[in-house]
Design a protein around this ligand. Sequence first.
Ligand SMILES: [Zn+2]
Ligand SMILES: [Zn+2]
Length: 224
Amino acid sequence: MFASTFCCWAFQIYVSFQQIPTNPAGLIEYRAHPFWIQKYCPFHEHDNTPRCCSCERMEPRDTRYVSLNDGRRLCLECLDTAVMDTYECQPLYLDIQEFYEGLNMKVEQQVPLLWVERQALNEAREGEKNGHYHMPETRGLCLSEEQTISTVRQTRNGAGKRNVNMVTEPFKLSRRCEVTAILILYGLPRLLTGSILAHEMMHAWLRLKGTSIFHDTCHVKWAL
Ligand SMILES: [Zn+2]
Ligand SMILES: [Zn+2]
């Protein structure tokens, strides 16, 4: 292609630099995601072009991302392996538990693993005595207070990931040990879910072993 054009990821068409308004310094700018290297016109950052909540890629005009109940959007590649609730996560949970067992760091207690929407995760974070009010949005939490959590569970509505219905149900936590539950943001791909879960299981292990190192400083943050 000519040097004066580039393919905008959001439009899925070649855009000439003349079509992009210049910035205050009189220069033409385009943006590119640092990992995916997908170029796009700067105004897509403000024109409500959706981004995938997991991989951050913009929704191209000829593709429909999936909407999650809490307002997040998920691209179809991320949806492919998305973990929607605690039942779907069991094999992954057992894999991580086995990994930690090999390190002699298994969580012996029965800690509820709950899948939640974004809002419920933020509310639970604020309900903790040592809550992190100033922290950016999280994707996982290890709780130590008694709270009632709004959890999500999927009900099948035909075959395939795109036909999943989510229902929310309250779950009352009771405190039997230092950790009352692990909360995970639902709908993220298996690899990302696994890394969040492994992180929170490490928090749980540390807390159950009576140490709070990392507890206040370490969190799974949004990558944005
Ligand atoms: Zn564009
Ligand atoms: Zn994605």
